[in-house]
Design a protein. Structure first.
Length: 482
């Protein structure tokens, strides 16, 4: 019954606004058509009446039929270069997982951190965050979960897993660090790439990988350490005298054996990929048309060329590519098509003109409101869907308010990666919730305060630290809105 209601709600709202409300004051017919279509899309994204990737195909139907945006312009968003960059990054992740390189990296970090409980939690969080910067946070948390469960079971003597404080802290540490580490790099989490595409589309400015890393990495590490202090000292008491047996880590490393030829190949390609992104400006002197996507695709192709040591298979094969998250790729396309439609139809500009209501508020208060709203909206819907809906609006609202667009848009993007309260908020939250160590009330109790901690830290960092790292006035001119 409820599912039927959720399915009908989207088209019902669309029909009601389209046929009975009509364009609002100052809104063109094209922008109103997109407005009604986005209401339907956003409704299904939020209530998940149909799978989110399927909802992401709705623009291909609604935008052309309503006259808001032609089919060619709508469909071109699904082939955006950002999507191919993400695909290439995921090929690297598939190669790491296929040859267990990711597991070796994680176990080595945990082993060297030590067996003290708090340091062990820190080791898990560091390993998870670092891997999540380059792999999907979903696959990272899935990989770290069985290692974490094995360690937690050595500490807790309780038969009821949900009564193990160390287990709770360790599981939450894995989930939180996967999300926090993800926003440190451009391809660490999909919302960052949506931001990059929107900034380029609206302001004709390209955020480079090294530029983003220089800004986001300090925030990621700071929030990670604060999260660790909070979890190990204030969330649950883990000061009991029980010890952690480090032998389990040694056994897992021993089982992996010496580093394999295939791992060396993957690691070499991975390092060359990162180095190429960092020194892209130098490469541009010789290859003027070089781009992050070109670099990523080049190294992804190498994975299909190099063979394993026994020459029987390639480092990754086409059959391995079925692991690509095609649902997220469709969601990327849907989000980018919404952004394109809102810009070309004038809908984003219409929203921007209504921003005069916020003119009397200070910049820090506006940032706090946006971060707060996005943070809690992400608790109930996909963070990728959230930023896809809100970034095109914020691009024009920031211009109307006289605030540099990057400040507003980056605030919202990072906030979308900081939802720590509910299992449905992020894939890592859902993964650790299935461990048996956590109840819903545990996640709400711990995550609510962590949400507010992240809201304050992100807002202060973006408002006061970001302008010191980036010369914002030279990056995005207020007059450059396309």
């Amino acid at each position: 019954m409820l599912r039927g209601f959720n399915i009908l709600l989207g088209p019902a709202l669309f029909l009601f606004f389209y046929f009975y409300i009509g364009p609002f004051d100052g809104m063109s017919n094209d922008s109103f058509a997109i407005f009604c279509s986005v209401i339907w899309i956003a409704t299904w994204w939020i209530n998940e009446a149909v799978p989110i990737p399927i909802t992401s195909l709705l623009p291909l139907v609604l935008f052309p039929l309503t006259g808001g945006l032609d089919l060619s312009s709508t469909s071109s968003a699904y082939g955006n270069k950002i999507i191919f960059f993400y695909m290439a990054g995921f090929f690297l992740a598939i190669a790491m997982e296929k040859w267990n390189l990711h597991q070796r990296i994680a176990l080595l970090i945990i082993y060297f951190v030590g067996t003290n409980k708090k340091r062990m939690v820190l080791g898990f969080m560091l390993a998870t965050a670092i891997l999540s910067m380059f792999l999907s946070n979903t696959s990272t948390s899935i990989m770290m979960l069985p290692i974490g469960i094995a360690i937690a079971s050595q500490v807790s003597l309780r038969k009821n897993l949900s009564n193990s404080n160390f287990g709770k802290v360790l599981m939450l540490g894995i989930a939180y660090s996967a999300s926090i580490g993800g926003f440190a790099t451009l391809f660490g989490t999909p919302p960052n790439l949506i931001l990059q595409s929107n900034v380029e589309q609206f302001f004709n400015y390209k955020i480079d990988w090294d530029e983003w890393f220089a800004m986001a990495f300090p925030l990621s590490i700071s929030l990670l350490l604060i999260c660790w202090i909070y979890l190990t000292n204030f969330s649950y008491d883990i000061s009991s005298s029980s010890k952690i047996n480090n032998n389990i880590i040694k056994e897992k490393l021993k089982k992996l054996g010496e580093i394999k030829y295939e791992e060396v190949i993957v690691l070499s390609i991975f390092f060359l990929f990162i180095i190429s992104l960092i020194f892209k400006k130098g490469i541009e002197k010789y290859l003027i048309f070089i781009d992050d996507t070109i670099i990523a695709i080049f190294y992804a192709i190498l994975l299909f060329i190099f063979k394993s040591k026994d020459k029987k298979q390639k480092i990754i094969t086409w059959e391995d590519s079925v692991k690509l998250p095609w649902g997220i790729i469709l969601l990327f396309g849907g989000g980018l098509s919404v952004a394109a439609a809102m810009q070309e139809s004038g809908l984003a500009l219409w929203f921007g003109e209504k921003a005069y209501l916020l003119n009397d508020l200070s910049v820090i208060f506006i940032i706090l409101l946006i971060v707060l709203a996005v943070n809690f909206l992400t608790e109930i819907t996909s963070n990728l869907a959230t930023v896809s809906m809100i970034l095109p609006i914020l691009a024009t609202v920031s211009i109307s308010l006289g605030i540099n667009p990057l400040i507003i848009m980056i605030s919202a993007t990072i906030a979308a990666s900081c939802a720590f309260m509910l299992p449905v908020a992020t894939p890592p939250n859902a993964v650790v919730f299935g461990s048996g160590y956590l109840k819903i009330k545990d996640m709400i109790r711990t995550g609510l305060l962590m949400n507010f901690i992240s809201i304050i830290i992100v807002s202060i960092y973006i408002c006061f630290v970001l302008p010191e790292i980036w010369d914002l006035e030279s990056i995005v001119l207020m007059e450059s809105l396309n």
